[in-house]
Design a protein around this ligand. Structure first.
Ligand SMILES: *Cc1c(COP(=O)(O)O)cnc(C)c1O
Length: 432
């Protein structure tokens, strides 16, 4: 195949020669960076394989159980694989964990008791946790069960407020929640090294406190995980990085034996814990998804960098910028007008393998104070490790872009979004 063949199939996809060549230039300038990401994926691939070998994953593990799910060897072995992989004593990895929020709620509810206090030393947690904790009044929240909450914001430069954190830790403080990814905020994402530094500080103030890390979107971006740097629990969703795009549902909690046991009594029932929970037919997708996860995460990471480079070159504010180090897979691009974010999302949708013919429109989504537009042509509904973009229709008109099971898909999605902006007359081709 020569470049003309590649150019031709891009043109068949509705992407012009100028846009294709602009993309080629961005590819060229990222060679070294992408190679470094490939090396991390290579390391993590071997880490996953070794964890599977060490726990003697066999063909029988890929089958599932029904009913109570007693003695589900595939489920129990997968949990041992996660424990090895994350450097923990134990893990819960279940299709009964419905999403990331549920995994986090299970970890929290299982490990605190009335009168305890939770502290977030990294500012406001992810939106959905506000209702779990009771930061926003909500029925069934931890607050209703007599668990209080305290927060210490990051300093204006993104650093930890060590003095403030020390003052906030008191005799009631039982659990510290640390969110690794910036989520949809504009603070920097925390590296595993920085999380480790924060945890050692906290443990020096109060050694018996439980440190939990919301690991969503961070898995496999680096070669170490927060649980290898002192976290007592790491928590995440299987329809993000560790599910590798194949897991159709699920969440995980990996951590100390005691924390996992406590969480298991909350997930199922006191007395039953980890012993019940049939895996039905999902185990082979959990195993195979985990096997693919390092590669899939690296594809999404390259996609985010490619998007940052494209839009930064065209003069749009992007976060993170095209050169800074990355610790999660989310990219934000501020396009500055409703027309532009809508055109961007339409481009992502049009490049999808599923529902490519659907045109996303802004709508009044429950829980948001403005209209929201979402683009995703997914195999797994709502999976944000698959190529997806969403944007609230409000100032400053920022779109959040993430995922891509393969880098070529992420790249073609970014180029298609650019083509849409050009076709709408929002970007002039002479800028390319
Ligand atoms: C996705 C995410 C969650 C959980 O979200 P769900 O949609 O419930 O899976 C929590 N924290 C962070 C940082 C996330 O990115």
């Amino acid at each position: 195949m020569n470049q003309t063949d590649l150019e031709k199939i891009y043109m068949d996809c509705g992407i012009s020669r100028e846009v294709f060549l602009f993309g080629e230039m961005i590819m060229e300038s990222n060679k070294d960076r992408f190679e470094e990401i490939d090396r991390i994926a290579e390391f993590n691939q071997l880490k996953v394989i070794r964890a599977m070998q060490a726990n003697r994953v066999s063909e029988a593990c890929l089958l599932g159980t029904t009913g109570y799910g007693y003695n589900d060897i595939g489920r129990d072995t997968l949990e041992a694989v996660y424990a090895t992989l994350f450097g923990c004593e134990d893990a819960l990895v279940r299709p009964q964990i419905t999403c990331g929020t549920h995994a986090l709620a299970t970890a929290l509810f299982g490990n605190v008791r009335p009168g305890d206090e939770i502290l977030s030393p990294v500012g406001k947690p992810y939106d959905t946790l506000e209702e779990v904790i009771g930061i926003r009044d909500s029925r069934g929240s931890l607050k209703e069960y007599g668990v209080s909450y305290r927060q210490v914001d990051l300093l204006p430069d993104g650093g930890f407020d060590f003095d403030g954190i020390k003052k906030a830790i008191n005799s009631k403080t039982r659990l510290i929640t640390i969110q690794r990814s910036k989520g949809y905020q504009t603070r920097p994402t925390l590296s595993v090294e920085r999380i480790g530094e924060l945890i050692s500080f906290i443990k020096s103030v109060k050694p018996d406190v439980i440190c939990m890390v919301d690991n969503c979107y961070g898995e496999f971006v680096q070669t170490i995980e927060p649980s290898q740097m002192g976290a007592d629990m790491v928590v995440g969703s299987l329809i993000k990085n560790p599910g590798g795009g194949l897991a159709p549902i699920g969440g995980y909690i990996a951590g100390t034996k005691e924390c996992i046991e406590n969480a298991s009594y909350r997930l199922t029932s006191p007395g039953l814990g980890k012993e019940v929970g049939a895996s039905l037919g999902v185990l082979s997708s959990f195993y195979q998804g985990l096997f693919l996860a390092p590669q899939v995460t690296s594809s999404a990471l390259k996609g985010a960098i490619f998007a940052a480079c494209v839009y930064e070159k065209l003069g749009y504010p992007v976060f993170p910028d095209s050169v800074s180090k990355r610790y999660d897979i989310i990219q934000s691009i501020t396009l500055g007008s409703p027309e532009a974010v809508i055109a961007f999302c339409k481009g992502i949708q049009a490049s999808s393998p599923v529902d490519s013919f659907v045109s996303p429109e802004p709508w009044d989504m429950p829980g948001y104070d403005s209209q929201v537009i979402m683009a995703a042509g997914n195999f797994i509904s709502g999976s944000s490790i698959e190529l997806s973009a969403d944007a609230p229709i409000k100032e400053p008109y920022t779109v959040f872009f993430q995922g891509g099971l393969t880098f070529p898909h992420a790249k073609s999605g970014v180029l298609k979004s650019l083509q849409m902006l050009i076709d709408k007359g929002i970007i002039q081709t002479n800028l390319l």
